[in-house]
Design a protein around this ligand. Structure first.
Ligand code: HEC
Ligand code: HEC
Length: 212
């Protein structure tokens, strides 16, 4: 960064000495414009891959897959782990070491990786899970998950995170902590989860694991 600033200063000082045609060239783009995927990969590999998998496809059910997740969502989570708005002791420690730029670099790199599909495991529950995901539970005013997270679980970039193929254990844990007030960083999800019972959470999490 320091080097870049001094280079830019040098260019600015030299500019009046240059020919007219050189002066017509556009100014350099703002520094924050483009995430640095090479740096993102390096940081991810050094620190995060141990828990989230080499390509962001965590193989550990309690640790979320990050591959192909929308980068804006990932940055929001990292900022909120850092500030404590999303309460998690493990991730607070790691997020605290990251600058906003590091977060963007890592998030855009993991977003560029392909998510590995998962599988539903419980044949009986999965039908209930599918009903909730696609249609909600009308008589208890539980909204259809598909309405925000899209029918195939891909989410809607920047607004609603991708869920398809995520580990069922992780999804069930998040729904439970939204419901019980442990995760308070999304009023929308607190409201959705508030009315789900344990069986429904298990069912919809299992369905989501196989969704693609
Ligand atoms: C020691 C294991 C471990 C390491 C290392 C680790 N994480 Fe995590 N990460 C977790 C766990 C566990 C969770 C789930 C937290 C929860 O339950 O809220 C998580 C959650 C996340 C989430 C939220 C994902 C979502 O879908 O909401 C992001 C983003 C994330 N980690 C990014 C990172 C990054 C970037 C690094 C490296 C700087 C990293 N993690 C290092 C264990 C780890
Ligand atoms: C009104 C829109 C809306 C509906 C309906 C909705 N969600 Fe969400 N969901 C969100 C938003 C927004 C987030 C991101 C929260 C954040 O920024 O931390 C989210 C996040 C989540 C997460 C956390 C993802 C992660 O990686 O940690 C899970 C799990 C989830 N939703 C499951 C569901 C399920 C299951 C349903 C249906 C029962 C559902 N959602 C219905 C808007 C919605």
């Amino acid at each position: 960064m320091k080097l870049l600033v001094s280079l830019l200063t040098a260019v600015a000082l030299a500019a009046p000495l240059m020919s007219a045609s050189a002066n017509e060239e556009k100014a350099p783009a703002p520094v924050a414009a483009k995430p640095d995927l090479v740096k993102g990969e390096a940081s991810f590999t050094a620190v995060c891959a141990a828990c989230h998998g080499a390509d962001g496809n965590s193989g550990i059910p309690a640790n979320p897959k990050l591959a192909q997740q929308h980068p804006e969502y990932l940055v929001k989570q990292l900022q909120e782990f850092k500030s404590g708005k999303r309460n998690n002791a493990i991730m607070k420690g790691f997020a605290t070491t990251l600058s906003d730029e590091d977060m963007r670099n890592i998030a855009f790199w993991t977003a560029s990786k392909k998510a590995k599909p998962g599988f539903a495991k419980d044949k009986e529950l999965v039908a209930l899970g599918e009903r909730i995901y696609r249609g909600g539970i009308a008589d208890r005013q539980i909204a259809a998950c598909a309405g925000c997270h899209s029918p195939n679980g891909a989410g809607i970039p920047a607004q609603y995170p991708r869920l398809g193929g995520q580990h069922a254990d992780y999804v069930a844990a998040q729904l439970t902590t939204f419901r019980d007030g442990g995760r308070k960083n999304s009023p929308q999800m607190t409201q959705v989860a508030a009315k789900l019972n344990d069986r429904e959470i298990k069912a919809v999490a299992d369905y989501i694991a196989g969704l693609h």
